[in-house]
Write a protein that binds this ligand. Structure first.
Ligand SMILES: [Zn+2]
Length: 316
């Protein structure tokens, strides 16, 4: 069977999967990233790809697809700018093409995840689809008329950096105020909890060390009825609903799938935003965009990166 290597490069670890043409994951190799310098990350990436290629199931691998954070030059595979990895003009494609005889394709990680989820997951069979990955950050991608949108300079789909609270929001990693990512990511949920803390002087919610505080603890406390966590969650959900309604106004997709760690909240998350999304959906016929939880979970990125290798680019 034809296979491709699909690589998902994140801020804390890198995963290479041996992926079949049907999207099946035949093997997976992972390594933690502690040093985010370009050379160290490339070394880790090459280790997982080398291990995958040594596996018998990858003996007919036709190519290597890599999903990386940041804005990527599709031709050279250079990472032009990544606030996440703190790279500018990093020649990732050049390095990998020197090392591997197979064709190498590199694109933004969220676009790869969108391609994977659209082809094999919750977007399968739809012509108009949006994936929103809600984790530490918030990434996304848009499929319109059956085609993944790339944009003029591979910048289409940067949904996380449209501003929803430009005057009273949190500062985003990109430098702007009140970006969708700053307000409605896992990090955003934590910041909402700090923002309302003064109204809950007896709350124990934020007692633990700030760098060990996770969004999951806050979400679970909200589900259990904790007053402080519930207030934070309500503000988070209101901001998430605002961005979702904007996406519906821009592209009226058939499905918006919510993926990433925070969406493991499942129905609790969907139920928190549905009514408000409907309220904010004014010009687009209501009920024509379904909100769902993404199906491929953390695997969407590597499956999509492999799909990119099979079809010779993000779009065929
Ligand atoms: Zn931003």
């Amino acid at each position: 069977m034809r296979t491709a290597i699909g690589v998902d490069l994140g801020g804390s670890h890198v995963t290479a999967g041996i992926i079949g043409e049907d999207g099946a994951i035949l093997g997976q190799f992972e390594q933690d990233i502690e040093d985010r310098s370009f050379d160290a990350v490339v070394a880790s990436l090459q280790t997982v790809v080398d291990n995958a290629l040594k596996d018998a199931k990858a003996k007919d691998a036709i190519g290597i697809g890599v999903g990386s954070p940041g804005n990527i030059d599709p031709r050279s595979g250079a990472v032009l700018y990544s606030p996440n990895l703190l790279w500018t003009n990093a020649p990732l494609g050049e390095r990998l093409r020197k090392r591997y005889p197979q064709p190498v394709f590199i694109a933004n990680d969220a676009r790869c995840a969108t391609l994977g989820e659209h082809t094999f997951g919750s977007g399968k069979g739809t012509q108009d689809f949006v994936l929103l990955t809600i984790g530490t950050g918030l990434g996304g991608g848009i499929v319109s008329g059956g085609r993944l949108l790339i944009g003029n300079r591979a910048g289409a789909g940067e949904i996380g950096h449209h501003q929803i609270r430009p005057t009273d929001g949190f500062i985003c990693g990109c430098g702007k105020t009140g970006c969708f990512e700053a307000q409605a990511s896992g990090t955003g949920l934590i910041r909402h909890a700090f923002a309302v803390a003064s109204s809950f002087p007896r709350s124990q919610l934020l007692e633990r060390e700030r760098d060990k505080l996770g969004s999951k603890a806050i979400r679970r406390a909200a589900q259990a009825g904790d007053a402080h966590a519930s207030a934070a969650w309500r503000n988070f959900a209101a901001d998430l609903a605002l961005g979702l309604a904007n996406i519906i106004a821009f592209v009226n997709p058939e499905v918006i799938a919510l993926g990433g760690g925070v969406s493991s909240a499942g129905d609790f998350m969907l139920d928190s935003v549905r009514a408000r999304v409907d309220e904010l959906t004014t010009m687009v016929p209501r009920g024509t965009t379904r909100l769902e939880i993404a199906k491929l979970g953390n695997d969407a990125g590597q499956v999509g990166a492999a799909k990119m290798a099979f079809q010779g680019g993000l779009t065929p």
